[in-house]
Design a protein around this ligand. Structure first.
Ligand SMILES: O=C([O-])CC(=O)C(=O)O
Ligand SMILES: [Mg+2]
Length: 592
């Protein structure tokens, strides 16, 4: 009795440590080893504090600036730290937009609006959500491309996690430095193929930041659960290596085992830190890594590659919408994909899969409608041995064609889909040829940003004499040809990934299945109405994107449940209304 009451002396701890039956082991969720730690093991004293005063104003997650009410100013030690006026969020938004519209360049607008994200997160998302068509070209494609090119010069406050070769063996520790422990969506790049702009090294970070801003604004994912990551293994971009303001490792890209080891450590650390259900979106990796990493980690992680699968699903949705105007089915068309990288082969594969489902035939049979042309010409059987794996299934028997025009003449495609990253690849001659033998040729110029588009919207309508069904990856204004004005649908994966993320999160999916992308594409295509088709608009307006994302999220979640990949049980009865209810809204909360 007496011994039980004796206070423990420090020496006793050593006795306890030696006795496995009483040494604390930590629970299953003791990711950071805090519970398992003994007196001899160091841990970090993480703490959560209630912010007040100036700290509250400097905390973007909670700051409301002039939006704090009189009562909140008293309660939270803010009185005197703010000018006397109290603004509504509406008025604050108007002020932000007024300022933004004064800037002459898009890059200035980018810097200004991203600064707002660092000051007042809710106001930032309110502006994005309510002015999505105006804001997307700034925070996202095309301006984000320029922002990445100049990321070192415009760098102000860091956002997200940078994992570099210097951090080998410490990636889990790095994740612990991120203040949020409940992470649901990660977008990760290694910066090697940023849009169509090539290797921008660590400066590719603008892309994960931009994509995740869209996950929140367009897909309703909670901002605190998003994590942008850039893995810096060096860059082969000589001008960046010479740029004094470059913010990454100043070395050539690591490859092989060294590269694979760092990626693997990161992938393992994410699971350890955030569990099985964290969604990881691979973004803007170069071809030679993109396909490999996707194949490798699809089996063990909740991952997808946006440039392969997201772009493919959005293009498929555009093609399904186009059928309303051309008539017939997907298998009545013949597709020529210009550029056979991630997007090109992703589109080819999803198309083949959808055709095989619709027509009840084999995927191989369906692939016969689909042709690829790359920098070496038409992908044919004769080139089989030298082709990269992902192109081989589309190598058909055919005499060689070295130019696009000769391929169009020979194949006579009804849909021409560009993912080449080559500005001007769709020439006047090519488009004229394409429209010579059909009434409504489908022309998708998907390369980003605008400076890499295969043709402009105007060129597409001009050279096809107003016949084409056009969509582009980057935004274009409406085009008037003759007495008709056409609205240009943006075939950009931003229609798909936010809803995909929402669907995964609300269902607690543990793997991404191709059928979830088919479901997403069909859900997007179902949003097309006669008023869109009248203007030959193959994608609904981005103004409706939150509702569209909810539909996509519900369709993706339904598929995840159907496939047994969902863990959030029981399944909600009405997935659409559940998806809507789960979406983040940026109105201010009242603080007590
Ligand atoms: O970011 C975009 O606009 C679409 C995309 O994934 C890319 O072009 O790599
Ligand atoms: Mg991309």
């Amino acid at each position: 009795m007496e011994s039980m009451l004796k206070p423990m002396r420090s020496g006793d701890q050593d006795v306890l440590d030696k006795d496995a039956s009483v040494t604390p082991q930590g629970g299953v969720n003791d990711t950071y080893g805090e519970d398992a730690a003994t007196e001899n093991v160091a841990i970090t004293p993480w703490a959560r504090l209630v912010a007040s005063g100036l700290e509250l104003l400097r905390n973007p997650k909670y700051n409301k600036g002039t939006g704090f009410t009189e009562e909140e100013r008293d309660l939270h030690y803010l009185r005197g730290l703010l000018p006397p006026a109290v603004f509504t969020q509406d008025l604050q938004m108007e002020r932000i937009l007024n300022n933004l519209r004064q800037y002459e360049t898009q890059l200035e607008k980018y810097v200004d609006i991203m600064d707002l994200q660092e000051r007042n997160e809710r106001l930032f998302y309110r502006v994005l959500i309510e002015h999505v068509e105006e804001m997307l070209p700034i925070v996202y494609t095309p301006t984000v491309g320029e922002a990445c090119q100049k990321f070192g010069s415009i760098f102000r406050r860091p956002n997200g996690i940078y994992v570099s070769l210097k951090d080998k063996g410490k990636v889990l520790d790095i994740l612990k430095n991120w203040p949020e422990k409940d992470v649901e969506v990660i977008v990760v790049t290694d910066g090697e193929r940023i849009l169509g702009l090539g290797d921008l090294g660590v400066q590719g970070m603008g892309i994960p930041i931009g994509k995740l801003a869209l996950y929140v604004a367009l897909g309703g994912i909670r901002p605190s659960t998003t994590l942008p990551v850039t893995i810096d293994v060096g860059t082969n971009n000589d001008s960046l290596l010479k740029d004094p303001f470059y913010i990454g490792l100043r070395q050539k890209r690591a490859t092989g085992q060294e590269y694979d080891d760092l990626i693997h450590e990161f992938m393992m650390a994410t699971k350890q830190a955030y569990g099985e259900k964290v969604l990881i979106q691979f973004e803007d990796f170069a071809n030679h890594n993109a396909f490999r990493l996707l194949a490798k980690y699809s089996a063990t992680h909740l991952v997808f590659n946006d440039d392969i699968q997201g772009t493919a699903a959005v293009a498929l949705a555009g093609l399904l919408a186009a059928l309303h105007l051309t008539g017939g089915t997907l298998s009545d068309h013949k597709y020529l994909l210009v550029g056979a990288g991630e997007a090109g082969s992703g589109i080819a594969e999803i198309l083949a899969l959808e055709i095989s489902r619709q027509e009840n035939k084999s995927v191989d049979e369906a692939r016969k409608r689909i042709w690829l042309i790359d920098s070496k010409g038409l992908v044919t059987k004769a080139r089989y041995e030298s082709l990269q794996e992902f192109k081989k299934p589309f190598a058909h028997e055919h005499p060689p064609c070295s130019t696009l025009v000769s391929a169009i003449k020979a194949i006579k495609p009804t849909a021409l889909i560009g993912t080449s990253g080559q500005f001007g690849a769709f020439t006047k001659e090519g488009l004229e040829e394409l429209s010579a033998y059909q009434d409504l040729p489908i022309v998708f110029a998907l390369s980003n940003p605008t400076s890499k588009s295969e043709c402009t919207a105007e060129e597409a309508f001009l050279y096809t004499k107003g016949k084409c069904l056009f969509a582009s990856g980057s935004p274009f204004p409406p085009v008037t040809y003759g007495d008709k004005t056409f609205v240009i649908g943006q075939s950009n994966n931003c229609y798909i990934f936010p809803g995909m993320g929402l669907g995964c999160v609300i269902s607690g999916a543990i793997r991404v299945h191709d059928d979830m992308f088919l479901a997403a594409a069909e859900a997007l295509a179902a949003q097309i109405r006669p008023e869109h088709l009248e203007k030959r608009q193959l994608f609904p307006s981005l103004k409706e994107i939150r509702s569209i994302s909810a539909h996509i999220g519900a369709a993706v979640a339904a598929k995840a449940y159907q496939l047994g990949l969902a863990t959030r049980l029981p399944q909600p009865e009405d997935l659409l209304s559940y998806a809507k209810r789960c979406m983040y809204t940026p109105t201010y909360r009242r603080y007590r």
